[in-house]
Design a protein. Structure first.
Length: 667
């Protein structure tokens, strides 16, 4: 009010300017007094940075006005919290991770809302410590050494405002008793929890997210039917990486959106397990031991958007038939991943959704018949025709695969006996498929349908001993197309090819089935002048020819360069031998040397820039005195520090230039 009155009463003269200066100085003094910074720290605006300073206690001098206190990555122990710190009411966030705390600390700022205590060695949590923090909303205790006996009963209930509690990577063997009623998220993954008592979540009705991954939970540890009954607002439940063989009792499904049960030991799922989870959007049961599912187990999941079932032991026998029909009637909003056959071995690696219902029909005794093998036409015959066995909507007695009579053997006159024609079906076959093997890498697939079709999908996969590692390739074409060339195939291989009818939503038509058959690619011998084959083979041959031509040109260039280099070296060598006097080249490297012989001896003189060496001569040559030792000079023209010494027998020796001749010359 005083500042406003002063501004209103001032005039646009010197007094106005003086009043503004006075106001600014008073504000600066007030600001400096309110935000005094401890000597060991650095302060900026509302933050105090005391991290990574090898502190053993919280520095004194943290005053009112600061909001966040950084104390992480120091050596602060439990005795390092002064009492005056508790009375700093403005601090709301404290970072204390990476210190040397072994107990939950006392004397923290009384109004702290977010507290980071992870990566310490905290073993005990007392009620008295949490009772001081009535406004605490988010508590991080990850990666400590907290055990069940180290948590005082009802300790967390003292933090009446707590909303988020993180206890991951500790030594807890059970859920702490006495959680705060307003808790919304609880993370206890990577502990040793084996039992969840019926009282664990009593009155914790506002909990929305519960993570129990990576524990030791078994069926007996959570067998009580009322374990999760109070979690009426739960939205996410994750119990991955445990030892469950059946799903646990499900919480109320009014709000549950995500359920994760992957990496357990599930062998069965009772049909009523998910019946009440009508809001569930994501379900993950991958990496378990499931071989089959009860019909109708997913009927209650009317809001499901993603289902993940990969890496189970799915057995593609008569028990999988309902799954095939269910997958073909799914709406486009539901994404299902991972239904792939693992047994029997003949079907290993096949996608369940692409299976033909006729291939997995069960006998009256309830067992599945042997997996049928399609008749394979020879690769040199005209295109073979395969006919889809119609579903109940299109009854027919036509065989599943029609092969022209020209492919069968004939008599000596070349006449081919024709089998009696099969009885005509009252309804035409809805879909026929034809194969034409072009070459070792290309198969032409053509088909025809008596019904109007929006689109087709063609899939193909290489067959073998095990199909687990083979990739199923797919391509969708419009309904007006009736041919597709499959290229980049492996020569001399068997491919299983399927054609599907899609509706306007690119989904499988309800009631219609798929047609699948097998084709063998040809052997691909090396034929440089072979012009037969499809466009893919021609492209590969052109690419190989270009590579061969490039290699020939490159090799010729290398040979020419080698010859020119050899001629140059021979010329330089001959020129060097004809020279009467050797001269040192200033461009030579420091470790280069030259060799020369004396007049009457072939002994070697080796010279470098910093030293020389003379091989000893024989005694007879020494007596004759028929030799000289010349001074040696460095490449830049300077001497090595040696001079000539004249001896009495008209011979020369060597000595350093800075030493008298009488002292250094010797024979």
């Amino acid at each position: 009010m005083e500042l406003q009155a002063r501004l209103w009463n001032t005039n646009c003269g010197p007094s106005f300017l003086g009043s503004w200066i006075t106001v600014l100085l008073s504000l600066q003094v007030h600001f400096n007094r309110a935000l005094a910074c401890p000597d060991e720290c650095r302060c900026a605006k509302l933050f105090v940075y005391c991290n990574e300073r090898s502190l053993t206690s919280v520095p004194l001098g943290v005053e009112e006005g600061y909001k966040t206190l950084f104390l992480h990555n120091n050596q602060i122990n439990n005795a390092g919290f002064p009492l005056e710190l508790h009375n700093v009411a403005s601090v709301e966030t404290v970072y204390l991770y990476g210190n040397q705390l072994d107990e939950f600390p006392l004397n923290l700022p009384k109004n702290v809302r977010v507290l980071h205590l992870q990566e310490n060695n905290i073993q005990t949590v007392s009620r008295a410590a949490l009772a001081q923090l009535s406004r605490l909303e988010e508590l991080h205790l990850d990666d400590n050494s907290i055990s069940t006996v180290g948590v005082e009963e009802g300790a967390f209930r003292e933090a009446v405002s707590l909303k988020l509690l993180f206890l991951s990577k500790n030594h807890l063997s059970s859920i702490p008793i006495g959680l705060p009623e307003g808790l919304k998220e609880l993370r206890m993954d990577e502990n040793r929890i084996a039992i969840i008592s019926e009282e664990a979540f009593r009155n914790v009705s506002k909990l929305e997210r519960l993570l129990l991954d990576g524990n030791l939970l078994t069926d007996e540890g959570i067998s009580a039917p009322g374990t999760f009954q109070d979690l009426v607002n739960l939205r996410e439940l994750s119990m991955a990486r445990n030892s469950l063989t059946v799903p646990p009792p499900m919480p109320p499904g009014d709000f549950l959106l995500r359920l994760s049960l992957q990496e357990n030991q599930l062998t069965e799922i009772p049909v009523a397990t998910f019946s009440h989870l009508r809001q569930l959007e994501r379900l993950d049961i991958s990496n378990n031991q499931l071989q089959s599912l009860m019909p109708g187990v997913f009927d209650g999941l009317v809001s499901l958007k993603q289902l993940t079932v990969r890496n189970n032991l799915w057995r593609c026998d008569c028990g999988i038939r309902w799954v095939i029909m269910w997958l073909k009637t799914l709406p486009p909003t539901l994404n299902v991943r991972g239904f792939m056959c693992q047994r029997p071995e003949r079907a290993r690696g096949m996608v369940v959704r692409e299976l033909n219902l006729d291939t997995i029909q069960c006998l009256d005794g309830g067992t599945a018949p042997p997996w049928p093998r399609s008749t394979r036409p020879p690769t040199h015959t005209p295109p073979a025709a395969a006919t889809l066995r119609p579903s109940a909507s299109f009854p027919s007695t036509a065989p599943p695969l029609q092969i022209p009579a020209a492919t069968a053997g004939g008599d000596e006159g070349g006449h081919v006996p024709r089998p009696p024609p099969p009885p005509r079906s009252p309804h035409p076959d809805p879909l026929q498929i034809f194969f034409q093997v072009i070459n070792g890498t290309c198969v032409r697939v053509s088909w025809s349908s008596v019904l109007p079709v929006t689109a087709y999908k063609v899939s193909w996969v290489k067959m073998g001993q095990s199909l687990a590692n083979n990739v199923v390739q797919e391509r969708t074409v419009s309904g007006d197309r009736q041919r597709l060339d499959l290229v980049k195939l492996e020569p001399k291989s068997t491919y299983r090819i399927c054609v599907y009818i899609l509706d306007s939503f690119n989904s499988y038509r309800p009631g219609d089935d798929t047609i699948c058959s097998e084709a063998n690619t040809k052997t691909a011998p090396y034929r440089p002048n072979n012009k037969a084959g499809g466009p893919e083979q021609a492209t590969q041959q052109n690419a190989g020819s270009q590579l061969l031509l490039a290699g020939l040109i490159g090799g010729a260039v290398v040979v020419v360069l080698v010859v020119l280099l050899s001629v140059f070296c021979w010329h330089m060598h001959k020129r060097g031998r004809s020279s009467s006097k050797w001269k040192y080249n200033r461009g030579r490297r420091k470790d280069d040397y030259c060799e020369a012989g004396t007049k009457k001896d072939n002994s070697i003189l080796e010279m470098t820039e910093t030293s020389f060496q003379i091989v000893s001569l024989n005694n007879e040559q020494l007596l004759k005195g028929d030799f000289q030792i010349q001074p040696i000079y460095t490449p830049n023209g300077g001497g090595l520090g040696f001079g000539d010494c004249h001896l009495s027998n008209n011979s020369l020796a060597y000595c350093k230039s800075n030493v008298p001749n009488a002292d250094c010359c010797h024979t």
